[in-house]
Ligand binder design. Structure first.
Ligand code: ZN
Length: 328
């Protein structure tokens, strides 16, 4: 009888268990994280400082017996550079990434029955005019993502777009309202970038992306003016990204923040990879999926074509590459 009383004690044990379960849940994400190089002292498997910003939110969900909600600002639309991607449409790179995220949610459910939900906060509409992606391509890409989620038959993944927030506006109107409500003045952002740290890392990474996307064979402008233009646009991408981030915090105050960018130890965002790649910044929408013998990796299109990979079509559209291993 006393034994029964102990095992059903409502005190202490649930709190301890919630913390253990929360550690276990977050531990499933750590092997896949994108860690910024500045985090060298942190161990690859993560440390207490890595988990600290996220633990309370996970514990709160566990104590309520609710699914743990993660939000991931990602999947904006394919890069406009054909040297990096196959087409404006979602392809095997997105399919593999969504299956990976669904698999992560399943693993969470195996240690915590209510499981996890990942909301993909597709931010293409936030940036389309600055990064040079056609609005129609953003719309089609968002529909592709929803179709891929339907095909997976998962309840763990969902999307959230700017279109969901300002449904009655034009696309320009949506961005104007986002920046009016959540935008940071350019001068204050520039000052923070000059100070270094995360804002500078983000600014440099985005400048690099914009330069890559703009460096096409049909380019007519000089390299110097291209660099100047990319730096100007990078500031606007960062401003938009921060505004979107602020809106998401308002819409999902209890969610754990994931990021596709490398993050330092202890960051309020947990950077994660969506597919195996050797490039810390490469994403499914800046690359192509390559089947290297039963496993998919992410590469830039021109690199796999140079390596002699074979293009595979699915439903009449380019899907991915197959790279045969050469016998050594
Ligand atoms: Zn750490």
């Amino acid at each position: 009888m006393y034994a029964d009383l102990f095992t059903t004690s409502p005190l202490a044990a649930p709190a301890r268990c919630s913390s253990l379960v929360a550690h276990e849940i977050l531990g499933l994400f750590l092997p896949h994280r994108r860690l910024a190089q500045e985090s060298a002292p942190c161990s690859p498997g993560g440390c207490a400082n890595c988990l600290a910003p996220h633990l309370r939110r996970v514990i709160d969900s566990v104590e309520r017996g609710a699914p743990v909600v993660f939000i991931l600002p990602a999947f904006p639309g394919k890069s406009p550079n054909p040297a990096k991607v196959l087409s404006p449409r979602a392809d095997m790179a997105e399919r593999q990434s969504l299956a990976f995220l669904d698999g992560l949610c399943r693993r969470v459910a195996s240690v915590y029955a209510p499981g996890a939900r990942i909301v993909l906060c597709s931010d293409g509409r936030v940036f389309s005019d600055v990064v040079g992606i056609d609005e129609c391509d953003i719309t089609t890409y968002q529909r592709d993502l929803s179709s891929l989620i339907d095909e997976l038959g998962t309840k763990s993944l969902s999307t959230f777009n700017l279109d969901d927030v300002f449904a009655d506006c034009t696309f320009d109107g949506m961005r104007t309202r986002l920046m009016e409500n959540h935008g940071e003045p350019l001068e204050s952002l520039k000052a923070r970038v000059r100070e270094g740290g995360e804002p500078q890392r983000m600014y440099c990474g985005i400048t690099r992306f914009l330069l890559e996307d703009a460096s096409r064979p049909d380019m007519t402008t000089s390299k110097t003016s291209l660099q100047k233009d990319c730096r100007r646009r990078a500031y606007e991408v960062v401003r938009r990204s921060k505004a979107w981030d602020s809106l998401l915090t308002e819409c999902f105050p209890d969610a754990v923040r994931l990021s596709i960018h490398p993050q330092v130890c202890g960051s309020r965002k947990l950077g994660i990879h969506l597919m195996e790649t050797t490039d810390g910044w490469l994403t499914p929408w800046h690359g192509v999926a390559v089947d290297v013998g039963g496993a998919f990796v992410l590469r830039k299109r021109q690199d796999v074509e140079r390596a002699g990979a074979t293009l595979v079509f699915s439903n009449g559209r380019p899907s991915h590459y197959v790279l045969e291993r050469t016998a050594s």
